[in-house]
Design a binder for this molecule. Structure first.
Ligand SMILES: [Zn+2]
Length: 144
């Protein structure tokens, strides 16, 4: 298995087969096949504890709970990501032009970024809860 502590972009390059066995079927569809979970389907919609959200694929820290806001969209939403945590591509699927975001370390699909978020960023990182793992602040050996 690749080095979990390597933060180099693209450091986690597992094969499709390795991802398939490492993830649940639903996580695999979202992270590796760009699926979108149904709105209001994930408990992180109503997660309000302090902590951070890491990539469900590789564990890279992606969002702080302080950046989470209630967008009313049915998907966990954030107005910013940690520095250099996500990369974007332009997604032309479904006849729309959208900015897709993925984890910088493993390339896992997270969701899309829209320009209708709150100040100060004006961005809405519309994220599949399935692509995230929440780490509450109570975790004793939490890394900064
Ligand atoms: Zn990742």
């Amino acid at each position: 298995m690749s080095d979990e502590h390597d933060d180099t972009p693209g450091a986690d390059r597992r094969s499709d087969e390795e991802w398939r066995s490492a993830l649940t079927a639903e996580q695999y569809r979202v992270l590796r096949q760009h699926a979108t979970e149904p709105p209001w389907s994930h408990p992180y919609n109503t997660e309000h504890r302090q902590g951070r959200y890491v990539c469900a694929g590789c564990g890279a820290p992606l969002f702080a709970s302080d950046a989470k806001f209630d967008s009313g969209s049915g998907w966990p939403s954030y107005f910013e990501a940690f520095d250099s945590a996500v990369e974007t591509t332009v997604d032309h699927s479904y006849g729309m032009v959208r900015v897709e975001m993925h984890c910088r370390r493993c390339g896992g699909h997270l969701g899309h970024i829209f320009d209708d978020g709150p100040a100060p960023s004006g961005k809405r990182y519309c994220t599949n809860g399935m692509s995230l793992q929440f780490e509450p602040d109570e975790t004793p050996d939490r890394q900064p």
